[in-house]
Design a protein. Structure first.
Length: 338
């Protein structure tokens, strides 16, 4: 069964077509008849006019000029009528096209595009809301004084490193036990994530050495050092970035596995130059790409563990470290917060 074709607009017929020609012809006959009666029935007029060449010229102009004027008006009027008719046809065609578009069912592509636009608007509003909440949190800390200092409690849960094998027979061997190693504190953890400020920062290097002794934290710091070095080759330094501070609740949501719009505030890097350079290198440099993904995985593991015991103020201070800023930059470019 063939699909019926949409009806085309019917041509619009002009009202009273040819009226201009008929009126012009009637006026011409009336004018010629009046001129003839005047010339031939008024005594002496015809002889005076045709007596010399100048009189004949005046007679031709007097008779012909009104005729030219009549037919000029007739043709102009006809042209105007034709233009109006064409405009009416065009308007009807446009109205029909609009009605067809309005009745056209929404395709899957149109629906997907509309949904994507709505999601983009929601994401933009979410980022604006998170940014305003971050500013409000910063103002609250400023009004109530400095945020509380990080605690000296352990930052990460202690692990023995290996799990005992329940099928292995315990041997009665006595090995000397060394002094118990003091776990790294929250203060040292945050200082290690920020790295030493300069070559004279002895306390920073002392904390960094202790942090590298922690196997899990050492992996993150090594991965962070690698990506910071690679970023510096493109002139990107974390101290030059001023990202929006994510709320502690956003860090907790990310650590607990939430993804999507609820954690987009983690990508609060606004530096277009840094984003463009990083994204370009991530696509073109496989070494940088591998280092980035390794760093993101290590940061995710440590964050999951640190979030369980961290207070809100400590999470805010963590977001200001160089390692956290690198995570926010690389995570946004790699799409980890989408």
């Amino acid at each position: 069964m063939t699909k019926p074709k949409p009806a085309l607009p019917q041509p619009v017929k002009p009202d009273n077509p040819g009226a201009e020609m008929r009126i012009g012809l009637a006026l011409t006959l009336v004018w010629l008849l009046a001129c003839g009666l005047y010339l031939f029935f008024v005594p002496g007029v015809f002889d005076n006019v045709t007596g010399d060449v100048l009189g004949i010229v005046f007679l031709a102009v007097a008779v012909g000029f009104p005729l030219v004027l009549i037919w000029t008006v007739a043709f102009v009027t006809g042209s105007i009528r034709s233009i109006r008719t064409e405009a009416l046809v065009l308007r009807q065609s446009m109205d029909q096209i609009k009605s067809v578009i309005a009745k056209k069912p929404e395709t899957a592509e149109d629906h997907e595009e509309r949904v994507q636009m709505q999601l983009d608007e929601i994401a933009s509003l979410t980022q604006q809301t998170d940014h305003r909440l971050s500013e409000l949190a910063a103002k609250t800390f400023a009004q109530t004084g400095e945020p509380p200092a990080p605690r000296n409690t352990a930052a990460l849960a202690s692990h023995n490193g290996t799990q005992p094998d329940i099928h292995q027979t315990a041997l009665p061997l006595q090995t000397p036990e060394g002094p118990a190693r003091v776990p790294i504190s929250v203060v040292e953890f945050l200082k290690a994530l920020n790295f030493p400020d300069n070559a004279e920062d002895r306390e920073g290097f002392r904390v960094l050495r202790r942090a590298f002794e922690e196997r899990r934290l050492g992996k993150l710091l090594q991965a962070s050092q690698d990506v910071l070095t690679l970023l510096s080759q493109d002139g990107i330094y974390m101290d030059d970035l001023t990202p929006d501070k994510p709320l502690p609740s956003v860090w907790r949501k990310f650590a607990r596995g939430e993804r999507g719009l609820s954690i987009t505030a983690l990508g609060g890097i606004r530096d277009r130059s840094a984003l463009t350079l990083t994204k370009t290198r991530l696509k073109a440099d496989p070494i940088f790409r591998d280092a980035t993904h390794h760093f993101l995985r290590q940061f995710d593991k440590i964050l999951v563990e640190f979030e369980q015991s961290a207070e809100d103020a400590e999470l805010l201070q963590m977001s200001e470290t160089r390692t956290a800023r690198a995570f926010m930059l690389l995570g946004r470019v790699a799409g980890s917060f989408d």
